[in-house]
Structures are given as structure tokens and as C-alpha cells.
Design a protein around this ligand. Structure first.
Ligand code: C5P
Length: 224
């Protein structure tokens, strides 16, 4: 229907930070609030989509009509995303940690006089690139984010190619923009052959604009 153009379509959204365990009581994390991803999940659900939200630890409530799968680490986020497939669209808004601690200690690391522990890091899986490269069950629309501090469009286009996704929402997170943890976001929507410059707006408005674009994409697919 006109008001629920995404009715019956399954979609996946990732959001929030990941926590990478050091030992049973300590972890490595980042400052992602999860706001943008939660707003996208809510906006898609408002248009009728069946949304699975794979979320790292946040302080946010699960949006109405959305199924949340809570995870902590990047590895668990990838597994939860794969378990949610097949979906028609996947939007990767999570701030996934680039590295995890190579060997998580199963006991709390003890403080010892005159000795510092050292942490060895291992690279985390790139969830967006992994899902984009799937041979089976690749979502027909895979969307990533690119947080840049300079030459946003150029770097965003390079990221689109490198990750193998279909669209990139590129935004400026330079110091003073207030994007990280803030309420507003100014983004460019990059596709393989177009650049759209969206006005600065709230993260909720960015989410509604994106959900409308996704609905338009599927309308056009259906018309072919
Ligand atoms: O490489 P970079 O972190 O700048 O890419 C950002 C995009 O890739 C975001 O959409 C983010 O959710 C996704 N990503 C991911 N898994 C990672 C790293 C980033 O899904 N390990």
C-alpha cells in the first residue's frame, strides 16, 4: 500500500559499537551511540518492513515492530547477520571494532607488581564486505556507511568499490561536526553512478529519507 511500501520485505540493520573482550571483566569499545542505526530500523519498520536489528551494547530502546538481536563482539555480530539472511536489503550502520584481542583470557588478568600485560590484536571480519561478497543469499541492496574527515565523496566512492556494496552513506565526522554521539547528520548518498547531497538533518530524518529511497528502489525493481 502507499503507506506501507515495504510490507513483507525482510531487512537487516546493524547498529551500535562492538565490545571486544580482553578478559571476563574488561573490553575494548568505541563511542558509537547506535542512534543512526536504530533510527533506520524504526523508519524501515514504519514503512512495513520486517526488520532484524543486530545491535552492539547501547542505551537505546528497541524500536516498535523491530526484532533485536543483541551481541557484543564483531565475530558475534557477523554470525547474527548471517543467521538473519536471506533479506532483501541490509544496512550496516554499526561501528564495528577493527581489532579484537587475539587471545581472550578466560580468567581476570591479575595486576602484578612491576609487570605490564601486553595485548596482541587480531583483525576483525569486515561484516559489510563479507555480506556484499556472498555467492548465495546476497541481499539485493547492501548499504554501508563511510565516516570520513576529508575528501568525503572521493573516499566514499573508493569505499563503495572496496567493500562491494551498492550504496554508501558518506558523512563528515571531523572534529566540531558533532556527528559522533550527536543528533544531526549531513550525508551524501553515493551509488555506483550518482551522488546525492542531502541537507543536514536529524538522524531520524536521515533515516526516513533513506527508508523512502529504499522503498523507491524496490518500486523500480518491481516495475522492471
Ligand atoms: O572500513 P570502515 O569502518 O570505514 O567502513 C564502514 C562501513 O563498514 C560501515 O557501514 C560499517 O558498519 C561497516 N563495517 C563492517 N564491519 C567491519 C568494519 C566496518 O560491517 N569490521
Amino acid at each position: 500500500s502507499a503507506k506501507k511500501p515495504l510490507r513483507g520485505r525482510k531487512m537487516l540493520v546493524t547498529a551500535g559499537p562492538t565490545h571486544e573482550p580482553i578478559d571476563p571483566v574488561r573490553y575494548i569499545a568505541n563511542r558509537s551511540s547506535g542512534k543512526q542505526g536504530y533510527a533506520i530500523a524504526a523508519a524501515l519498520a514504519d514503512l512495513g518492513a520486517e526488520v532484524t536489528l543486530v545491535s552492539g551494547p547501547t542505551r537505546l530502546d528497541t524500536p516498535r515492530g523491530v526484532t533485536r538481536k543483541s551481541i557484543e563482539s564483531a565475530k558475534d555480530m557477523l554470525a547474527a547477520c548471517e543467521a538473519a539472511l536471506p533479506v532483501e536489503a541490509a544496512i550496516f550502520a554499526a561501528a564495528v571494532a577493527d581489532w579484537r584481542v587475539e587471545a581472550e583470557s578466560d580468567q581476570k588478568i591479575k595486576k602484578r607488581e612491576g609487570q605490564l600485560p601486553s595485548l596482541s590484536l587480531a583483525e576483525n571480519p569486515d561484516i559489510l564486505a563479507t555480506v556484499s561478497a556472498r555467492k548465495s543469499d546476497r541481499p539485493s541492496l547492501v548499504i554501508g556507511f563511510a565516516a570520513e574527515t576529508e575528501t568525503i565523496i572521493e573516499n566514499g566512492k573508493a569505499k563503495l568499490a572496496k567493500k562491494g556494496c551498492d550504496w554508501i552513506l558518506a558523512n563528515d565526522v571531523g572534529t566540531g561536526t558533532g556527528t559522533f554521539g550527536g543528533d544531526d547528520n549531513q550525508v551524501f548518498l553515493l551509488t555506483r553512478d550518482s551522488v546525492e547531497d542531502w541537507p543536514k538533518q536529524s538522524k531520524e530524518a536521515v533515516a526516513r529519507t533513506l527508508a523512502d529511497r529504499i522503498a523507491k528502489y524496490f518500486q523500480e525493481v518491481d516495475a522492471c
